[in-house]
Ligand binder design. Structure first.
Ligand code: SF4
Length: 127
């Protein structure tokens, strides 16, 4: 009878240890995102460019001189980039719009610049 108590005791201890390891692994997997639905699944992706309504136009060159306006044409400026991963918003020469304005600026081209625009002088940002 005493040997059976010891065996039962050993059995329960081993089961307890095994379940503890199992629960610990479940916690680790959950913490790493491997234990079910990830906690980040509900998060919104980070926007790469400022949110600007598609109907916003940044092509008004009425305040520019003729040479400033023609420079925009010479560099093929457009409000909507067709170059994968290249927009004014991620160009080194882009300047962010003042509060409440949709169009930003550019240190190279005069006039309003759409964050989703592009020209052939697009430059990669450093730092
Ligand atoms: S250089 Fe061209 S791509 Fe860069 S911000 Fe100015 S207009 Fe946009």
């Amino acid at each position: 009878m005493k040997n059976q108590d010891i065996s039962r005791r050993n059995f329960l201890l081993k089961m307890s240890a095994a379940s503890g390891v199992s629960l610990g692994m479940a916690g680790i997997l959950t913490g790493c995102g491997g234990g079910g639905e990830s906690e980040t699944a509900d998060l919104e992706p980070v926007a790469e460019t400022p949110v600007v309504a598609e109907e916003v136009s940044c092509t008004d060159v009425s305040g520019l001189t003729e040479s400033e306006a023609s420079m925009r044409d010479a560099l093929s400026y457009v409000d909507t980039s067709t170059e994968e991963g290249k927009t004014c918003a991620n160009c080194a020469l882009y300047t962010v719009a003042a509060d409440g304005e949709n169009c930003g600026g550019c240190t190279l081209l005069k006039g309003p610049i759409h964050p989703e625009g592009y020209c052939i002088s697009w430059a990669v940002q450093t730092a």
